[in-house]
Design a protein around this ligand. Structure first.
Ligand code: TMP
Length: 212
């Protein structure tokens, strides 16, 4: 863990894995230990980054080029880190982000086929080694996740992608987790909510609260 007073946790996973429920659970858990928490999301988290989010998620006739999509994700992230995440962490507030850097490797890397090395160049440029202290990857089969997503409202531009896209997204996430097991922790999101929450609680206890 870094020397910055607050801790930075990101939550990742492909569509339908139950990120929102888990996010609320983790926020309550952190608050119950007496810490302030900023709950935020990517793309988004500042007014400008939220504008970029709306642009990125809107369904449109014009095809967005993968590089353009990636650059907009990083433009939003750069603003988010400098204007919202860093100031919070420096003041001792914990930050819990619904997605962060690993989503760019999973969606623009795995899903859109942009080489990881190219994404790493942007990561080095804009984040300069800054990473979450802990990343929780909620994982389930693409089929199950898609079934859950279909039960929601109108799909956004990403949710209309085919199964094959999501298989690549999931594979890229799993590869990231294998390559960085110290930071990225996998949680099986397919069991019932109580089981998933027990796994989250024990992970946070071990990684974040052990010395509290
Ligand atoms: P969600 O937060 O509702 O899942 O929507 C955000 C969408 O943006 C989701 O489909 C994943 C996508 N995304 C990327 O493609 N790359 C990124 O770097 C981030 C942060 C999100």
């Amino acid at each position: 863990m870094s020397d910055i007073p607050g801790k930075f946790i990101s939550l990742e996973g492909s569509e339908g894995v139950g990120k929102t429920t888990s996010l609320n659970f983790i926020r309550d858990l952190i608050e119950s230990k007496g810490h302030k928490v900023l709950v935020t999301r990517e793309p988004g988290g500042t007014p400008l980054a939220e504008d970029l989010r709306a642009t990125l998620l809107a369904n449109r006739k014009e095809i967005i080029e993968p590089d353009a999509e990636l650059l907009m994700m990083f433009a939003a992230r750069s603003q988010h880190v400098k204007q919202a995440i860093m100031p919070a962490l420096e003041s001792g507030t914990w930050v819990l982000s619904d997605r962060f850097i690993d989503a760019s490797y999973a969606y623009q890397g795995g899903g859109r086929g942009i080489p990881f090395e190219r994404i790493a160049e942007l990561e080095n440029w804009t984040l300069d080694g800054f990473k979450p202290d802990l990343t929780i990857l909620l994982d389930m089969s693409v089929e199950e996740g898609m079934t859950r997503t279909r039960q929601r409202g109108k799909p956004d531009r990403f949710e209309t992608e085919k199964m094959a896209f999501y298989e690549e997204v999931r594979n890229a996430y799993l590869l990231r987790a294998r390559r960085d097991p110290e930071r990225i922790h996998l949680i099986d999101a397919s069991p019932d909510i109580e089981t998933v929450q027990r796994s989250l609680q024990s992970l946070l206890q071990t990684i974040c609260f052990a010395k509290n």
